[in-house]
Design a protein around this ligand. Structure first.
Ligand code: ATP
Ligand code: NI
Length: 297
């Protein structure tokens, strides 16, 4: 980013990130605003701004996910359900957009129309919707069109970036169920959201994102069975309306002022001198990775 005038500086938005998604799995990436969730999605797809730097390793189906491979697989084997319905092209009829996504993903021309009809039917979109422009359909319908766009092709990894913002509760449940079905069909689904409650409805695993890192990757069942490891994950769980409904005090550090030690250190009641000195590495505690030296086996 630009600093003062034309001087540029590098802002480390994501650091020490580890995450794995298997086929048949919904992995939720849960974190508050600005924690780096969308940038993670864009990094996987290879659509970060040109001045962004990515280091480390991404593997897709056993092979390194290089820049060339990202370009090859984007929209084909790796599909995005974007954060905003503004990603729909306002000037193109809805049917053509879903059709185009199917063609792009490698469906043969002769079969595409048939597959498009099938996904329209599956996502309860009337055939007449195909003739409409995005502004002529409701918000809930537009969300379903976005899911249809990702589901029409042969993608094996589907990244849904905040797919349920401001939606009617019924539409939220419906969208989440659609993601679950995609995983049950054998796809891998990364569900990005700040809504832990929504994530727990469908996810197998929850990666808790904080200031650009994963603090814990817990099984969804760990939440209800009291098996959580990281103080932040526990606090997030307690903050849900059905639990104590007490928000986690304090706020996440900005990428410009990350502490040397544990990123959650200044909000943590367990923090000790050791936490402030070095950034905790992933340890396996009760079968799952966590970045906290105080998490107990
Ligand atoms: N092009 C950019 N240049 C510099 N900083 C950026 C850029 N894009 C994003 N950031 C910063 O990176 C951080 C993470 O942004 P990101 O959009 O990934 O957050 P998010 O977790 O998806 O948040 P939200 O829940 O609000 O969508 C933020 O602090 C943001 O200001
Ligand atoms: Ni985002």
């Amino acid at each position: 980013m630009y600093d003062v005038g034309l001087t540029q500086k590098q802002l480390p938005v994501i650091t020490d990130l580890d995450i794995e998604i298997n086929s048949g799995e919904v992995v939720a990436v849960v974190g508050s605003s600005g924690s780096g969730k969308s940038l993670l999605a864009h990094a996987i797809l290879g659509i970060l701004p040109h001045n962004a730097q990515v280091t480390g390793q991404m593997i897709f189906k056993g092979e390194p996910l290089t820049v060339e491979r990202q370009a090859q697989l984007r929209g084909k084997q790796i599909a995005l359900i974007p954060q905003s319905i503004s990603y729909l092209d306002p000037l193109i009829r809805v049917g053509s957009q879903v059709h185009r996504a199917g063609r792009l993903s490698g469906l043969p021309n002769t079969k595409t129309s048939q597959v498009v009809d099938r996904v329209f039917d599956r996502y309860s979109l009337a055939p007449s919707v195909k003739q409409q422009y995005p502004f002529q359909i409701s918000g809930g319908m537009a969300r379903r069109v976005l899911v249809a766009t990702a589901a029409v092709g042969r993608a094996e990894l589907i990244i849904a970036d905040e797919p349920t913002p401001g939606l009617h509760p019924d539409v939220v449940v419906e969208t989440l169920n659609h993601l679950r079905e995609l995983a049950d069909d054998g796809k891998g689904v990364m569900l990005i959201t700040h809504d832990l409650e929504a994530a727990l409805q469908v996810a197998d695993k929850v990666a808790v994102f904080y200031a650009g890192t994963t603090l814990e990757i817990a099984a969804a069942l760990d939440f209800t069975s009291g098996n959580l490891r990281h103080p932040y994950t526990k606090a997030l769980w307690r903050s849900l309306p059905q639990n104590e409904f007490i928000p986690v005090p304090g706020s996440q550090p900005s990428p410009e002022a990350l502490p040397v030690g544990c990123l959650f250190g200044d909000r943590c009641s367990l923090a000790t001198e050791a936490c402030r000195e070095t950034r905790p590495q992933f340890r396996i505690v009760r079968g799952a990775p966590v970045r906290c030296i105080h998490a107990e086996n």
